[in-house]
Ligand binder design. Structure first.
Ligand SMILES: *[C@@H]1O[C@H](CO)[C@@H](O)[C@H](O)[C@H]1NC(C)=O
Ligand SMILES: *[C@@H]1O[C@H](CO)[C@@H](O)[C@H](O)[C@H]1NC(C)=O
Ligand SMILES: *[C@@H]1O[C@H](CO)[C@@H](O)[C@H](O)[C@H]1NC(C)=O
Length: 228
């Protein structure tokens, strides 16, 4: 048939998934450079200790920190970079099993950022002895920065290494992942997009029908002319 839109399930699916995929791909790019780590909120036994590190939790999901970069991976120690406490124990977060920690930094700082999460046992193993233990979903994250800039020799032969050790302003965001994949902050946009797509799908048969009624006379005319 000429002029009818073939709306098979596969084309419907691509209609929905393409904008979603684009969105998921573009969302992190909008903020310069981004490094993301997704992790499971597993339960572990830990003493009730408070480490002197920046804490991210349900009310404090974001932190901006200046991290001093190292120049290559041989310089990476537990002491280089920074440590975060990720408090996932809020009852409102109990239904989420997967979380994402995202680091973003300005493109003007050429560097790679590495994130690793750790269970309390790993971080506080020496503190586990002779303490009452409590089940917790708390995790710790180690973030370090490696400068990837090309050393620029100064005209007077001065050592410019210090320039590559300038702290990098890094924004860190902790978020639960819906269904284990979608960051919570992206949900409103997806809802909006899905609404738009649903409306398109609802309108389409009407539009196609309308298109057919207005084009039928032309098609018939064409056919008649072909037969002549
Ligand atoms: C969240 O962390 C901040 C510090 O970053 C702390 O002041 C606040 O009490 C914490 N909130 C909860 C609910 O633990
Ligand atoms: C790593 O950096 C250190 C100190 O800046 C330097 O001495 C060493 O040669 C570097 N190693 C490599 C493989 O670049
Ligand atoms: C947790 O949920 C309750 C009820 O839905 C709400 O009143 C409260 O503000 C939430 N707390 C946080 C930190 O989001």
């Amino acid at each position: 048939m000429i002029g009818t839109l073939n709306l098979c399930p596969r084309s419907l699916l691509s209609l929905v998934s393409v904008p979603l995929l684009l969105l998921l791909l573009l969302a992190p790019c909008a903020q310069g450079n981004t490094e993301i780590i997704n992790f499971m909120a597993t339960l572990a036994e830990s003493p009730d200790i408070v480490l002197p590190w920046t804490q991210l939790n349900i009310t404090n999901r974001e932190a901006s920190l200046n991290i001093t970069p190292v120049l290559n991976s041989t310089e990476v120690w537990p002491q280089s970079g920074i440590w975060l406490t990720l408090d996932l124990d809020d009852p409102n977060w109990s239904s989420y099993n997967k979380f994402t920690l995202r680091a973003s930094w300005p493109a003007s700082h050429p560097c790679d950022i590495y994130i690793r999460t750790f269970d309390p046992q790993h971080v506080a193993s020496q503190l586990l002895r002779n303490r009452p233990l409590h089940p917790t979903r708390r995790k710790y994250a180690h973030i370090h920065v490696i400068n990837t800039g090309i050393p620029t020799p100064s005209s007077i032969g001065e050592d410019m290494t210090w320039l590559r050790r300038e702290p990098v302003p890094v924004t860190l965001i902790l978020e639960p992942l819906l269904l284990g994949v979608v960051p919570q902050s992206v949900v409103p946009v997806i809802t909006l997009l899905s609404g738009a797509v649903a409306m398109m799908i609802m309108i389409m048969p009407t539009a196609v029908g309308y298109y057919n009624t207005i084009t039928i006379p032309f098609k018939q005319g064409l056919l008649r002319r072909k037969q002549e």
